[in-house]
Design a protein. Structure first.
Length: 81
């Protein structure tokens, strides 16, 4: 069994879902109350340039607000098996 995280905005347990966002299928945690979606496969490495000599490589994770129509499948029950 996986612990379901609580939504940062609503403090209710989030659901684990499959979404379709502009043709890209993503799995992640979703709050149906406020629409917050935190994909688990969206970590990207980016380079941040502060000046000509300083470059910082960072990994970022994006949280999105989506509509219920973008949720293709609710996978939450599969986590409890």
């Amino acid at each position: 069994m996986t612990d379901r995280p609580n939504c940062e905005n609503c403090a209710i347990p989030m659901r684990f879902v499959l979404t379709d966002i502009h043709g890209e299928k993503l799995r992640g945690w979703y709050c149906s109350a406020c629409g917050l979606f935190k994909p688990i496969e969206s970590d990207k490495e980016v380079e941040l340039k502060f000046d000509k000599e300083t470059i910082l490589k960072a990994t970022t994770t994006t949280a999105l607000f989506i509509d219920d129509e973008m949720v293709v499948e609710d996978l939450t029950e599969q986590l409890d098996r």
